[in-house]
Design a protein around this ligand. Structure first.
Ligand code: ADP
Ligand code: MG
Length: 375
């Protein structure tokens, strides 16, 4: 039976005095938080601080012991849980795709349950795969095990978007991916976010991810909400030591004029290198085997540029050589300041740059890894 649409759009989600206990311990204690329609709210905090519990109380996978949760003024406890969940997309870290089902069946599962006919479902699945940069012809009949981690994560997102829900709940969706892949998916996700204009509640414990994606950030610790505000509120006016601690990386980020690129670069990992005379079709296979979605193209040791899986998949038909489609990438010298390099990268939306001494490649600069080293 098709379930009725509960809300076309979200005006607000209000959590009022919400508590949840396991035994004698609070998982979430007296939480007051209002999420505004259309915003991307980040829930951040150490492991065990109550983020997942909070998220799951919004879709009633967990029910609070006390307090209330109102969506557009309606108490979720008065709504049918199945209907409620079908009106929300839910994305988790290990996506939980069904292994014996094709990508089409996985993404089309809920539309099917909602009584859509095969044509309409297939059309929707194709649209969504395209939307998350997986060419449908290539992926629709595959099984999850035939996809890389990043590709599976994209399918997870497509599935969550299947019914065009007004609300997306995301629990550390990129948490299991390596730093470069994570950056790539964050970048694509920002574009998707702009396009769908949905309300999103996003859990992470990665402060850089929080700053990158969030409109507002709610900081949790030990079952309590410490502060909620825009990134700059947290940096300049943290309410206490704990919040200051959690955003500290961001502060260090602003005060590291003394460090050079040389101090914080990483060696160039061969995993990311492609030779310029490889063709696009083969490059896709190689990158899939290496479980990476970004590569650096070299011609006999000379830097040509970078290549992203998303762009590569688009030109498979013509099958050009990778040297002809590689894009220019940022290059820094050993003595450039890290602060300048990182802010330049942030401005142009890049997360990976090359470090060169004249014509010689010395290493690469990956913004996530730089921050990790500073902690
Ligand atoms: P986070 O997502 O921030 O890591 P959780 O919301 O998963 O934290 O958990 C908050 C606290 O509640 C933790 O101390 C966790 O051990 C506890 N907890 C969560 N789920 C259960 C459960 N089903 N039974 C007992 N304790 C739980
Ligand atoms: Mg969690």
């Amino acid at each position: 039976m098709p379930t009725k649409i509960l809300f076309e759009r979200i005006d607000s989600i209000e959590l009022q005095g919400v508590s949840k206990k396991y035994g004698s311990r609070f998982a979430v204690e007296s939480l007051d938080l209002t999420i505004e329609g259309g915003e991307l709210l980040i829930l951040i905090g150490p492991s065990g601080s109550g983020k997942t519990t909070t998220l799951r109380m919004i879709n009633r996978m967990i029910e609070p012991d006390s307090g209330s949760i109102l969506i557009n003024g309606q108490n979720v406890m008065h709504l049918d849980p199945v209907r409620l969940r079908r009106n929300m997309g839910y994305v988790i870290q290990n996506i939980g795709l069904f292994p014996h089902m094709t990508i089409e069946e996985n993404v089309g599962l809920v539309p099917k349950l909602e009584g859509w006919d095969q044509n309409r479902t297939t059309e929707r699945v194709r649209y969504l795969l395209d939307f998350v940069s997986l060419p449908p012809d290539r992926f629709i009949n595959r099984y999850p095990r035939q996809l890389s981690g990043g590709q599976q994560q994209r399918v997870g997102l497509a599935r969550a978007l299947a019914m065009d829900p007004p609300l997306l709940l995301m629990d550390e969706p990129f948490g299991a991916l390596d730093p470069i892949l994570r950056k790539q998916l964050q970048k694509e996700f920002l574009e998707i976010k702009k396009e769908i204009g949905r309300t999103i509640v996003f859990v992470t414990h990665d402060i850089e991810e929080a700053f990158r994606l969030g409109d507002r950030i709610a900081v949790m610790d030990n079952a309590r909400l410490l502060q909620v505000g825009a990134p700059e509120d947290l940096i300049f006016e943290p309410v206490n030591e704990l919040v200051a601690d959690i955003v500290d990386t961001a502060r260090k980020f602003k005060h590291m004029d003394t460090l050079n690129v040389k101090d914080l670069m990483t060696p160039l990992d061969t995993k990311y290198i492609l030779e310029g005379d490889l063709d696009a079709c083969h490059a896709v296979e190689v990158m899939k085997d290496r479980n990476t979605e970004t590569c650096i193209v070299l011609d006999n040791g000379k830097l040509i540029g970078k290549l992203e899986m998303v762009n590569l998949l688009k030109c498979e038909e013509k099958n050009p050589l990778v040297r002809d489609i590689a894009k220019p990438m940022k290059v820094f010298a050993l003595r450039d300041s890290v602060a300048t390099a990182l802010s330049e990268m942030k401005r142009s939306g890049e997360y990976m740059a090359m470090v060169m001494n004249g014509d010689t490649i010395c290493g690469m600069l990956v913004s996530d890894e730089v921050l990790l080293k500073l902690i």
